[in-house]
Design a protein around this ligand. Sequence first.
Ligand code: PLP
Length: 407
Amino acid sequence: MIRINENYTKLKASYLFSDIAKRVNAYVAANPDKPIIKLGIGDVTEPLPQVCVEALHAATDEMADRATFKGYGPEQGYAFLREAIAKHDYAARGCAIEADEIFVSDGSKCDCGNIQEIFGTDIRLAIPDPVYPVYVDTNVMAGRTGANVDGRYAGVTYLESTPDNGYVPSIPATGADLIYLCFPNNPTGAVATKAQLEAWVAYAKANQAIILFDSAYEAFIRDPEIPHSIYEIEGAREVAIEFRSFSKIAGFTGTRCAYTVVPKALQAFDSAGKAHSVHALWNRRHTTKFNGVAYPIQKAAAAIYTDAGQAQTKALCDFYLGNAKLIRDAMTSLGYSCIGGDNAPYIWINTGKDSWAFFDDLLNKAQVVCTPGAGFGKCGEGHVRISAFNSRANVETALARIAQALK
Ligand code: PLP
């Protein structure tokens, strides 16, 4: 008899976005004359930068010509893109990352979900709370956790991000072999200082652990003191994998391109204590299970690294950060304590009340949709996330309504 992977039955259904949709739909049905503004989603709203569109068109024309047509490409990505990434995202910041340590993919979601496959099933996990849910759920699917009891899976060390620690978790007293970190953070928008990251790298080195560093929102960092990459920390090449995405920096959420850095210095051990190259393991996994990103899409991504591309993507991120500043300032002046929005496109608001009750207030009184923090984990209770991904006009209208409703 065919049987299922029973680990899937442990997954707590993610009701967050369907619950939000249900409440919004019910409100719209009862109030058809009151237009809703959605500041809940993490998807971008602005079109692709012009350089990317031009590169896409040109590469599509190449595919139409026998002389320049491309069939299967290298699974790890074309050299032109890997080299541009190594030069602009790493060498330019003093990080020694080689082009062949970069694996181009169709998304950080896939990469930070799939990476756990190459590690043992009996390793100890440390995962943030609140969290981008992919980190937890993929480990549940792989059987690294027990049952979910009261919103938490047995066998996971939760790295709590709270007002008390400025939403940057410190190193847990319990041991951890695989540590997920995300800065700038989704959902909190918090960033980690160099000293905070140094402490994590030192811990990983001392404990033969590996850090999975998700920096999907790196392009939003404006504070010059905040590291953009874990590899700005000395020794991180031996203990960290980094995930980056073009989704938010250049509006690629529908176009799909991202990359993962796996340094060759990184080692993990078998049950006999023998060291293995993590780069070789990931290369094996990637080339076996992934076909590579479409050539025109990689050309569009590479265009980001031209001078015009750098200017256009900076302008795009600055635009969203302009929205974020308006949101943060408005919520602060209404008396709420907020984090994020200055180096991240998310503002995390300490509501002082149940996060769903605050969500309902904003929906019913201001017709604005936010995301209740409880949906991101236990520590998200009492908070909501407001996203800066929207048009300026929508943000301004939403904030005027919120000010009227909550004053
Ligand atoms: N990591 C974080 C923290 C995210 O918030 C997201 C998307 O929202 C991703 C990764 C996924 O990025 P991608 O679109 O490249 O799959």
